[in-house]
Ligand binder design. Structure first.
Ligand code: TYD
Length: 206
């Protein structure tokens, strides 16, 4: 039986933002923060020492991809315990910059040659303990623009890699369309923010 929280129970809501590096998540989050000071804004990798370990791994060209996956998952578990569960339990709104889908997209690419059906494996590790978002906003931008905007400063930000990551995101969305809202991240920043707000409002007020 899945421990994933049923959508819509209680007043608390979990919203996640996903997209390629350079998709404009930071700009959207800054706008949301300003308009909703009572909401809890958080991110993966987190600011905990687990998150530090993740960043150290992401910065390494030689990190073992399986070890890296489990560092990300350790950070996710800590994130659930310290931030996500307590906020939902007190009926708050949590907005997370990246969450499970980042692993199912990015690590499925790094693990593709090591594991059969990596996306299913990665989801399977999360499934017994995680909490599914009520809504995931996917900021959609083509990999070329994303790589250019991100400046390709880490190993995940190269255009060839981002093309594969985007295909993985498309597969996740195809498998759970009801959870996702896709927003055209190539639009003007104000239009992107308005589209994200409209999608979130529909879930928060429900
Ligand atoms: P992030 O902190 O969002 O990037 P930045 O430092 O540019 O703000 O994430 C760091 C990198 O890690 C980014 O390229 C996306 C990647 N990532 C994964 O591969 N898997 C994950 O589960 C997460 C949360 C991030």
């Amino acid at each position: 039986m899945s421990q994933a929280r049923a959508r819509g129970d209680g007043e608390g809501r979990l919203i996640t933002l996903e997209g390629l590096d350079g998709s404009g998540k930071s700009t959207v989050l800054a706008g949301l923060r300003e308009r909703h000071p009572a909401w809890t804004f958080t991110r993966e990798p987190t600011g905990s020492w687990y998150g530090d370990a993740v960043r150290r791994s992401v910065g390494s060209e030689t990190a073992d991809p399986i070890a890296e996956l489990f560092l990300f998952i350790a950070d996710h578990a800590e994130h659930l315990r310290t931030t996500v569960r307590p906020t939902l339990a007190s009926d708050g709104v949590v907005v997370s910059d990246r969450y499970i889908d980042s692993r199912v997209a990015y690590q499925a690419v790094t693990l593709a040659e090591l594991i059969d059906e990596p996306a299913g494996f990665i989801w399977g590790v999360h499934e017994p303990f995680t909490i599914l978002p009520d809504l995931t906003v996917f900021l959609d931008v083509d990999p070329e623009t994303a790589a250019e905007r991100a400046g390709a400063t880490n190993k995940f930000e190269q255009v060839a890699h981002l093309r594969q990551v985007r295909r993985r995101y498309e597969a996740i969305i195809a498998g759970a369309p009801e959870r996702f809202t896709r927003v055209d991240a190539a639009a003007a920043p104000e239009a992107v923010l308005t589209a994200v707000e409209t999608a979130i409002d529909a879930v928060v007020q429900r």
